[in-house]
Design a binder for this molecule. Structure first.
Ligand SMILES: Nc1ncnc2c1ncn2[C@@H]1O[C@H](COP(=O)(O)OP(=O)(O)OP(=O)(O)O)[C@@H](O)[C@H]1O
Length: 583
């Protein structure tokens, strides 16, 4: 929860641009004042020129007014540029942070649309250059116009104020009427977006199993729901936008009529010129309000996007970069760890407690859904602990800055994800590839021959999601990425699921090599091969720690809880235990 009075990151970023807002206000003031040039011109023509009948005066006044309009145009362009630059600055500052938060939610496995988040970011960025924002900056000029009308005649002033109140009422009604359909349209858009995202990710499965048509039908249903509510929302907002424009025009005529009436009764100071001036001022006064009404859907879209982004950033807080920590050595301590998936309350791990020294290999076993992947996510700091801690060299991994900690961690997820790019880029985690480290990682997982056989070698593309590689090759590349640079802690989630015998032998060899140089391993597995290189064994069941200790001892205990059996029989129990049995 956000503490009372605490400013959200987005608001803070906008507030940090105070000089730009101030300049925007100043420019809007100047533009607004110059906008009165036509009124002044009119006043002067009716007064000075008509009285003096001087063509020179008329010419000079015309020139001065034209110059005023030229300057106004220039200032308007300047203001546009200022807000464009502001939107760019805001975007450059906040997009990486929003992207990181979005990735954080994605990593948690929750349904989430990054493209929706990016479209929210675009809505916020584009609001900087929306006429509604300019209208907000021009509101002080409305006030000035009102004061001038009051100065001409209080009767006109009150009439203008009444018009302003009516226009505000229209804006309020607009907000009331269009809020629900606009929100519904936004929700619909979000749902259609998310659905499109998910289906795009699963295009291969859909295509090969002929699911395309039914999926398309479902998407169309969502899309048409969104389009209908959008049309409803625009219709609701549109009706009042027309009313607001009519009101603005009517205002000019009402003030003109009232001024004429005042003039007939000799109650209008300034004479006939004031007829036109008050009418023009009345119209001008309502311009920003009309603009706000006509841009209402943009305002609602902006507000919705802003609130959603604030929620996202609150959920995935920025990590503290203030104190760089020394590189970890790989001492892993898990203390009374309770974990729930990111954003949820339901615990999937309860009370885990173990300790690994640098260079130790831990095998984590347990039946499906016992919490192995959840533990991997918690160890990497992707899921926060609800209670307890995961400490790497004594430091809580969740609060450790990911960019700082990342190079010291290796992770092979259960579902291998490669990124469109070259082999070198993927293995080197898209950083500046180091030739020696690349070769070492490739050799460790037995990939060097395959890479040498490629005409482009390390520069060969892997394709989208690694589509140009076989399943086993993808897993080896991902494994090489996890081992690149000899991280202090490597977490492997089912590393041998797509490996053949040679691949598995290479994996066990790689673990042996890096273990001897101090890398700590945590390996989730359903297969027994890994047990031959593991020092410790953790058995999970339904999110709880069933056993932890030296591999042979745990196996022994599981086989013979009374402690009567011999050690030699232990490995034979492994296959059953990996399926979820305890003996
Ligand atoms: N993102 C999530 N949201 C909600 N529940 C989740 C999420 N991820 C996992 N779970 C739940 O957490 C529990 C443990 O899942 P986990 O993936 O950690 O098991 P596992 O031991 O790795 O299973 P497997 O061997 O099948 O991969 C399951 O009951 C699962 O439903």
């Amino acid at each position: 929860m956000k503490a009372a009075g605490e400013v959200s990151e987005l608001r803070a970023a906008a507030l940090d641009m105070r000089p730009m807002w101030r300049m925007g206000l100043l420019l809007s003031g100047a533009i607004g004042l110059l906008g009165f040039a036509s009124t002044v011109y009119m006043f002067q023509v009716y007064g000075r020129v008509v009285d003096s009948r001087s063509v020179t005066t008329l010419l000079m006044l015309t020139l001065a007014t034209t110059a005023a309009f030229a300057v106004m145009e220039l200032l308007d362009k300047l203001r546009q540029r200022l807000f464009w630059a502001g939107s760019l600055r805001f975007d450059l500052r906040m997009t990486p942070r929003v992207y990181q938060a979005s990735m954080g939610v994605l990593a948690s496995g929750r349904p989430h649309s990054t493209s929706r988040v990016m479209s929210d970011m675009r809505s916020v960025r584009e609001f900087f250059v929306n006429p509604a924002l300019t209208a907000l900056f021009e509101l002080p000029m409305s006030l000035l116009a009102l004061v001038l009308i009051f100065m001409i005649s209080p009767v006109l002033g009150w009439a203008a104020l009444f018009g302003g109140a009516l226009q505000t009422l229209v804006a309020w009604m607009n907000q009331r009427i269009s809020r629900a359909p606009l929100q519904e349209a936004q929700r619909g858009a979000q749902e259609a977006h998310r659905y499109a995202d998910v289906t795009l990710r699963n295009a291969q499965v859909m295509h090969s199993m002929g699911m395309l048509e039914s999926v398309l039908r479902r998407w169309q249903e969502r899309q048409s729901r969104f389009l209908v509510s959008q049309a409803r929302a625009s219709e609701a907002a549109g009706a009042l936008t027309a009313a607001s424009k009519t009101l603005q025009q009517l205002m000019g005529s009402v003030l003109l009529g009232l001024s004429a009436w005042l003039l007939l009764g000799n109650n209008l100071a300034g004479g006939p010129a004031m007829l036109i001036i008050s009418s023009v001022l009345g119209g001008r006064m309502l311009v920003p309000l009309t603009q706000l009404v006509s841009q209402w859907s943009a305002i609602v879209t902006f507000a919705g996007a802003f609130t959603r982004l604030e929620g996202l950033l609150r959920e995935i807080p920025a990590r503290d970069r203030s104190m760089p920590l020394p590189p970890p050595k790989g001492e892993l301590r898990v203390e009374q760890l309770h974990v729930a998936p990111l954003g949820l309350q339901q615990l999937v791990l309860r009370g885990l407690q173990f300790h690994l020294t640098p260079g130790q290999v831990l095998a984590v076993v347990g039946p499906s859904a016992s919490g192995k992947t959840s533990l991997a996510k918690a160890l990497l700091g992707a899921w926060p602990a609800q209670a307890g801690k995961v400490r790497l060299d004594g430091v809580d991994v969740f609060s450790w800055d990911k960019d700082e900690l990342g190079p010291y961690l290796g992770y092979l997820p259960q579902e291998v994800e490669l990124i469109d790019g070259t082999l070198a880029e993927n293995i080197a985690r898209f950083g500046q590839p180091d030739a020696l480290k690349l070769q070492e990682a490739a050799a460790l997982v037995g990939l060097q021959e395959f890479i040498a056989s490629l005409s482009q070698g390390y520069d060969a593309p892997v394709g989208r999601d690694g589509a140009l590689l076989s399943g086993g090759q993808r897993q080896r590349v991902a494994l090489a990425r996890a081992l690149y640079g000899r991280p202090a802690l490597v977490v492997l989630d089912e590393p041998n699921s797509s490996l053949d015998e040679i691949g598995e032998a290479a994996l066990l060899r790689a673990i042996g090599v890096l273990k001897s140089t101090g890398t700590t391993f945590v390996i989730n597995t359903h297969r027994t091969g890994v047990l031959s290189v593991s020092d410790r064994l953790l058995v999970l069941r339904e999110g709880a720690q069933l056993a932890f200790g030296p591999t042979v001892e745990v196996l022994q205990k599981l086989r013979d809880p009374s402690g009567a059996g011999g050690q030699a029989a232990a490995p034979a129990t492994a296959p059953r235990m990996l399926q979820g049995g305890t003996a």
